[in-house]
Design a protein around this ligand. Structure first.
Ligand SMILES: Nc1ncnc2c1ncn2[C@@H]1O[C@H](COP(=O)(O)OP(=O)(O)OP(=O)(O)O)[C@@H](O)[C@H]1O
Ligand SMILES: [Mg+2]
Length: 356
């Protein structure tokens, strides 16, 4: 790539970095923040420009203003590893690098680079988790295929037997046929949709509205489904039926967890520079399904995306595994965080091609 020395080009380069970059002036007021920095702070630079460093970066373990003063006076760069930054709704661990910038002999500003450690851990874990989940799905699907054929034979033989015996033992043959049908249904769910995605340009909010209508009709009166949609999300190429199925599985789980009284929130946002597996996307749609239920039991949380893992007596443990598989087929990913009263399933769907 040919780089002209225009400020706009530098800005584009800075905005493409995964690390957050901040520029503070000699009064420690924020002068510039790149896209990754905005994402880290969870808001547009408009809200943060001109604020003092202590209002931008909340680091409970250090005296950041004191460190900045010393750096401006000495002109010597410094680094801080494993530093905790408190954000609005979470704490993150980062590596933090401060470089003084000079005009002539005078140190006039400080360049701060922040690399989020939790994010690096998440990226590698994701790739590993996705391949493990994929492997267990393949194994189970293979097994289901093997069981399906003899099951068809057993059911057919029971029907023939019933005819031969003129219905004499039909209380037994009926059990064989009904139980075979139940197993067949389960195996069909395990094998999953056998047609490739039928992709077309679709609106994610139409998909969510369909899911909302379906679940609204099923839940008790005390359960409300609220919406917080970002209308700026562009249309995306996807299979709407598959995404309805995936999101429906997640929203149904939320409704089941809540029971008679509570709230489900469907929220959409655009995320920039998101890494999914090993691909980095400029823009991704983020769909959050938030519920006020009791949360996912601690012993289950690492395993819920694996097939046949269930915490419900009547559950088959296939809903999330199918949802993850359908979202993966769209190049996306589902993640989850949970605490009592606040369980969030986030579905990330790329808008456009990867490896920007
Ligand atoms: N929003 C949630 N709140 C609390 N627990 C949840 C939530 N979503 C999922 N879980 C837990 O994860 C388990 C797995 O969910 P999954 O949808 O894969 O299977 P299932 O709901 O048990 O069965 P199925 O969807 O196949 O009928 C659930 O049984 C439940 O214990
Ligand atoms: Mg389910």
């Amino acid at each position: 790539m040919r780089i002209k020395k225009e400020p706009a080009d530098y800005r584009q380069i800075l905005d493409s970095l995964t690390g957050a970059v901040f520029l503070f002036d000699d009064r420690m007021r924020l002068r510039y923040v790149n896209d990754a920095g905005e994402q880290l702070l969870g808001g547009s630079s408009r809200h943060f420009l001109n604020l003092h460093v202590t209002e931008v970066l909340n680091c409970p373990d250090i005296d950041i203003a004191g460190d900045f003063t010393r750096c401006l006076e000495s002109g010597v760069s410094y680094a801080q590893r494993d530093l905790i930054i408190d954000l609005n709704d979470a704490s993150i661990t980062v590596n933090f690098f401060v470089t003084p910038l000079f005009e002539g002999n005078e140190c006039t500003s400080l360049l701060v680079e922040i690399h989020q450690l939790d994010l690096q851990i998440r990226i590698s874990r994701e790739a590993q988790l996705l391949s493990q989940q994929h492997a267990s799905r393949l194994l189970l699907r293979g097994l289901a295929h093997e069981v399906k054929n003899p099951l068809g034979g057993i059911r057919g033989a029971a029907q023939l037997l019933d005819q031969e015996l003129n219905g004499k033992y039909d209380e037994y043959t009926r059990i064989i046929i009904e139980e075979s049908d139940r197993l067949q249904e389960l195996l069909d769910r395990i094998v999953g949709p056998n047609k490739p995605p039928q992709k077309s340009l679709s609106n994610i909010h139409k998909i969510l509205e369909r899911v909302r209508q379906l679940v609204q009709a099923e839940v008790p009166k005390g359960v409300t489904i609220n919406r917080d949609y970002d209308p700026s999300i562009p249309e995306m190429i996807c299979d709407p039926d598959q995404l309805i199925q995936a999101i429906l599985n997640i929203v149904r789980n939320a409704a089941q967890a809540i029971g008679n009284q509570g709230e489900i929130l469907l929220r959409t946002r655009v995320d920039r520079h998101m890494t999914i597996g090993s691909c980095r996307y400029k823009l991704t749609a983020k769909i959050d399904v938030v519920d006020s239920g009791p949360g996912i039991p601690k012993e289950l949380i690492g395993q819920i995306f694996y097939p046949l893992v269930t915490g419900r007596a009547e559950g088959t443990g296939l809903g999330l595994s199918i949802a993850q598989s359908l979202v993966n087929q769209h190049g996306g990913l589902i993640e989850c965080t949970s605490s009592p009263g606040n369980t969030v399933f986030s579905i990330f769907l790329p808008l456009g091609n990867g490896n920007e």
